[in-house]
Write a new protein. Structure first.
Length: 94
């Protein structure tokens, strides 16, 4: 399994999830525990979208559409194999 950046070692592994929203919510909770002050707004900046879009995806009010998947992968800092699996989870849920 590929190494993770040192500041993300305790983030959940995407392979343990069958729903991308469950993964995103768990990731966000763990990230906020690791990095005090980490916000949805910070994630959104890294993902290249608005905080309201991220919030709506997390709550299930909106789907994560294909144009945003790469940005979320970037914000999550996923390795290639993790990113491929995350993309499959997103596609599966559509």
């Amino acid at each position: 399994m590929p190494d993770r950046p040192s500041d993300l070692k305790s983030t959940p592994l995407v392979f343990g999830f069958t729903d991308y929203r469950d993964y995103l919510n768990r990731w966000m909770v763990e990230r906020q525990q690791q990095v005090p002050g980490y916000t949805i707004a910070r994630f959104a900046r890294m993902a290249g979208c608005s905080p309201s879009h991220v919030r709506n995806v997390l709550t299930g009010d909106r789907d994560l559409n294909p144009p945003y998947v790469d940005g979320f992968i970037r914000a999550l800092r996923l390795a290639r194999e993790d990113a491929e699996f995350f993309t499959l989870l997103v596609r599966y849920s559509q």
